[in-house]
Write a protein that binds this ligand. Sequence first.
Ligand code: SAM
Length: 278
Amino acid sequence: MTFFSAAIGIFYDIFFSRRTFLSKSSFSGPPVMKPPNASPDNSPATSDDIFSEDFKRAPKISEDFVQKLQKSFLELGIPPSPTSVESLIDDLEFDQILPPLHRFLSSAQWTSINVAQLVAKWLSPYQNKKFLDAGSGVGKLCILLRYLTDLEIYGVEQRESLVKISQEIIQTNALHRITFEQRNIHEVKFADYDIIYLYNPFQEHVCYSETLIIDKTIELDRKFFLEYTAKIFEELKNLKKGSVLITFHGYGGKVPKTWTLKYNQFVEGGFLSMWVKD
Ligand SMILES: C[S@@+](CC[C@H](N)C(=O)[O-])C[C@H]1O[C@@H](n2cnc3c(N)ncnc32)[C@H](O)[C@@H]1O
């Protein structure tokens, strides 16, 4: 890598990563600069790297963590004011059940506890509804919502390794009312769900950081960004009245005019927004 491209990469990491290194969770995150168990280009080298011995032994979510999560959630106001959204729990308490590489990626790629609690508050009136995390990663948001809501939770994710991690966590913790499936978002019918969550899933096709990229197991190309965002725009137009859309850092495209913005809050370097279909 030339000095010039390295400098661009560092500049990007600092200013344009999904949640900047200045956010609370980044400060509390692991102070490593190089992803553990990753090859020099940052793709996991083998499946052994992803399923390390530590992970095989400990994807167990402790009772203590669940109690703290639920207690701090109850203490948030309804709706939470901007000053009351700081979670009392450090993300590392959840992230320790993840393999080292995915723990490292957490502050940039997975929804934090802080944001998950805010999402759960906004969704309080929507109990028992079908919730889809489109691009669910290691399943962090879905699993947190499973403990904070009565929603029926679905995650779809295109990367096989991430789906395996999320499935392993729900099996080990015997969690019901939550399902993960390996699928591409563009094949999913959004109309089958009541609530859709999108955490800027296609950004990697147009702009990514060598340090914070999840892996290189999928082809990255601007054409996919254009194709997928256009597909999502069409799906959103066709959803039934009362459907809910939540985006974190947007999804790369516009939200059709037939949706009304209900909440919009700047948190951890980006907008968390909730729309309801007219
Ligand atoms: C920023 S991460 C968010 C993960 C998760 N939603 C969360 O909040 O913790 C975006 C995820 O979307 C996934 N993704 C991107 N494009 C996708 C596609 N076309 N189909 C399925 N998953 C996709 C990525 O692999 C990545 O795991």
